[in-house]
Design a protein around this ligand. Structure first.
Ligand SMILES: *[C@@H]1O[C@H](CO)[C@@H](O)[C@H](O)[C@H]1NC(C)=O
Ligand SMILES: *[C@@H]1O[C@H](CO)[C@@H](O)[C@H](O)[C@H]1NC(C)=O
Length: 219
């Protein structure tokens, strides 16, 4: 069991590296070998300022090795491996994430404004989809060992309709893809979006809008 898990993981990582290295980066091109992010620098640049004392651990992260706890509202947990966790990714135009899904868990509709995403299923089975700017849905059931792609900026989702946990490894062509959850952006922003904007957009009454706002409010 451990052996098959490791093989799946290794193949997933290899596929993602192949994808990322053959892709035209969405992030700006690098101008030097390394520019490890100094997250504490007050200097504002496109990306992060470079720190001077660099070591191998700036390029290392073990945080995707194990399943994350999925006991939350959505029954799914995204563990990012972006420039925030791996400071050495600064200016390199790539990052990864792991997503774990409890049975019935869902990564709700969201976009990554700065990256295309490609996911490799480590365990279980997922129903996934993205919606184009012409409101066409592209959806598919994907299982262990299979891959699906979510084009940059398009709204997409994954749901685990199975009765066992599922997990994917995701690759992104940005050091910091950014995530905007559609429901949270509209109904749980700070300050809040005026009800009238949402009643008109969704063609419902104020009561329904207020109900959604209260459900999504940070607790
Ligand atoms: C550079 O980092 C190493 C290990 O993190 C540390 O031992 C050393 O003192 C640092 N050097 C400078 C000049 O900050
Ligand atoms: C899940 O979280 C809730 C609330 O935090 C807690 O009451 C419950 O015991 C947890 N369930 C498991 C299986 O850990």
């Amino acid at each position: 069991m451990a052996a098959t898990y490791f093989n799946g993981f290794t193949i997933g990582v290899m596929m993602i590296v192949i994808f990322l290295s053959s892709f035209i980066s969405a992030d700006p091109d690098l101008l030097q070998d390394v520019c490890v992010a100094d997250l504490s620098s007050g200097v504002k640049v496109n990306g992060f300022a470079c720190k001077s004392n660099v070591s191998a651990k700036d390029f290392f992260f073990a945080g995707l090795a194990k399943p994350a706890n999925t006991n939350n509202t959505f029954g799914a947990t995204v563990t990012p491996a972006s420039v925030t966790q791996i400071n050495g990714l600064n200016t390199l135009g790539v990052s990864m994430a792991r997503i774990d899904y409890a049975p019935g868990g869902s990564n709700p509709p969201h976009t990554h404004p700065r990256a295309t995403e490609i996911v490799f299923v480590l365990e279980g089975q997922l129903d996934v989809g993205f919606i184009t700017t012409e409101n066409k849905l592209f959806s598919k059931t994907i299982k262990k060992g299979e891959i699906f792609t979510f084009p940059r900026g398009l709204i997409h989702f994954q749901i685990n309709k199975g009765n066992v946990p599922a997990a994917v490894i995701a690759g992104f062509n940005s050091q910091l893809p950014g995530t905007q959850r559609v429901a949270n952006a509209l109904f749980a922003s700070s300050p809040t979006v005026e009800d009238v904007v949402l009643t008109k957009a969704f063609q419902v009454g104020t009561k329904q809008v207020e109900k959604i706002k209260s459900r999504l409010a940070p607790k």
